[in-house]
Design a binder for this molecule. Structure first.
Ligand code: CTP
Length: 398
């Protein structure tokens, strides 16, 4: 049921717009309130009158109408989900590049709720590199792209590019809202990425972590209703989601301070960052000049953030750490579970092809304190984030 959910439905100019009529009906039948916004081109494909009648609200299209101004800021702020179905190539390109020449685009640019798009186009357009680049841009803004189907297309050709069926979109929307309730009201703390420990004004000690795993976890938690504080190291591409507050830090000491401040009010903490274990004792004020002999660089240990939080952990808090290993993986992971007082340790091994730093995939095993372990095959970090949060939900919140 979608009782009380406010859904904005954007319709752009595509032959698939006829399916939006069924989508409105299905959403309304489930109890959602639906506000339709048409792009100017969409009006050539579906009638605003039909959509207004079915949605029981005037279908909007113009920024300015008979002396009044459609408040696109409030539309995007007061909704639970902005669904753009169908998404045409033209609207996609405009969304990707910040164009704002109609009400649908103005609402998109000012929307603070999650945005989902359901592309619809002919196969050749679907496979054009521009389409892929523009969809990647939308994903990088935190938008969700609903996969297209394969089948008969408006051109008469058969191939990829058909908009998902209204029933499929409805199932996704229902699934989203039911999953969202799971972590509603919970506060999460997630670390991601590397830390950089400065040596002098131009050099640092760092590592290859991209922060993708931590960001995927933060997004998954936010999607399920948690309020997430994401503490991210340098170079991490920060997500755009109303449920995530990002805090950029550089050094291990800064990451520790950011986590320590927030941990007391946190329900669930997941430490996915690759924190430097050592930092230079002193930071040279000027660039260290090259000499004939080698260089001794005295290092001191950084604070182990996970271990510190493990020390402070209250009975109602859940603490999860990662272990990145190259050898003796299982034994090392189990030792980290124990010494850091974590509830779970997620092991990824650099021995596994496609796992670890920089790549979009990972392969993990999760160990708990009861001696149970769960293995997950190589898959995208986004899919693994879903598995991780599913497991945490089952173990600690069901
Ligand atoms: N971690 C941390 N603070 C540190 C070092 C590590 O919070 N100063 C956390 C990581 O975020 C991860 C876990 O501890 O969740 C394990 O990190 P890992 O680098 O695998 O292990 P280390 O404890 O650093 O031990 P080692 O490098 O010897 O394997």
């Amino acid at each position: 049921m979608l009782q009380g959910k406010k859904i904005l439905l954007g319709i752009s100019g595509s032959i698939a717009a006829y399916k939006s009529i069924s989508l409105v009906r299905l959403l309304i039948k489930q109890g959602a309130s639906v506000q339709v916004i048409l792009s100017p081109a969409a009006r050539d494909f579906v009638s605003p009158l039909t959509l207004s009648t079915l949605s029981k609200q005037e279908a909007l299209s113009d920024l300015f109408e008979e002396g009044s101004w459609a408040n696109h800021v409030m539309l995007g702020r007061s909704s639970d989900l902005f669904l753009i179905a169908p998404l045409s190539c033209n609207t996609l390109a405009k969304m990707a590049h910040g164009h704002c020449d109609n009400l649908l685009l103005a609402t998109y640019l000012s929307a603070t709720c999650p945005v989902w798009v359901a592309p619809a186009m002919d196969e050749d357009m679907w496979h054009h590199p521009t389409t892929k680049t523009n969809l990647d841009l939308l994903r990088s803004f935190g938008n969700t792209v609903i996969p297209v189907n394969s089948g008969e297309l408006a051109s008469g050709l058969t191939g990829e590019g058909r908009m998902a069926e209204p029933e499929e979109i409805l199932a996704m929307v229902q699934n989203y809202f039911s999953r969202q309730a799971v972590f509603a009201g919970k506060k999460a703390l997630v670390t991601a990425g590397p830390t950089y420990e400065p040596i002098d004004p131009v050099r640092f000690i760092g590592n290859h972590s991209s922060g993708k795993m931590g960001v995927a976890i933060a997004l998954e938690l936010a999607t399920r209703g948690a309020m997430v504080d994401l503490v991210a190291g340098p170079g991490v591409s920060l997500p755009n989601h109303p449920g995530i507050r990002s805090h950029s830090v550089t050094t291990a000491a800064e990451m520790y301070a950011a986590c320590n401040d927030r941990f007391p009010t946190t329900d669930l903490a997941i430490m996915a960052a690759a924190v430097a274990d050592y930092t230079p004792v002193t930071v040279a004020g000027e660039k260290i000049k090259k000499k004939e002999e080698g260089l001794d660089l005295p290092l001191t240990k950084t604070k182990d953030i996970l271990k510190e939080l493990g020390r402070q952990k209250a009975a109602n808090q859940v603490l999860v750490g990662f272990a990145l290993e190259t050898n003796n993986e299982r034994a090392n992971a189990l030792q980290k579970l124990e010494t850091k007082n974590a509830d779970l340790i997620i092991l990824n091994s650099l021995q596994d092809k496609g796992a670890g730093f920089g790549v979009d995939t990972n392969k993990i095993t999760i160990f708990d304190r009861a001696g149970q372990e769960a293995q997950f095959p190589l898959k995208s970090k986004t899919a693994l984030a879903t598995d991780i949060i599913d497991l945490i939900h089952k173990k600690f919140y069901e």
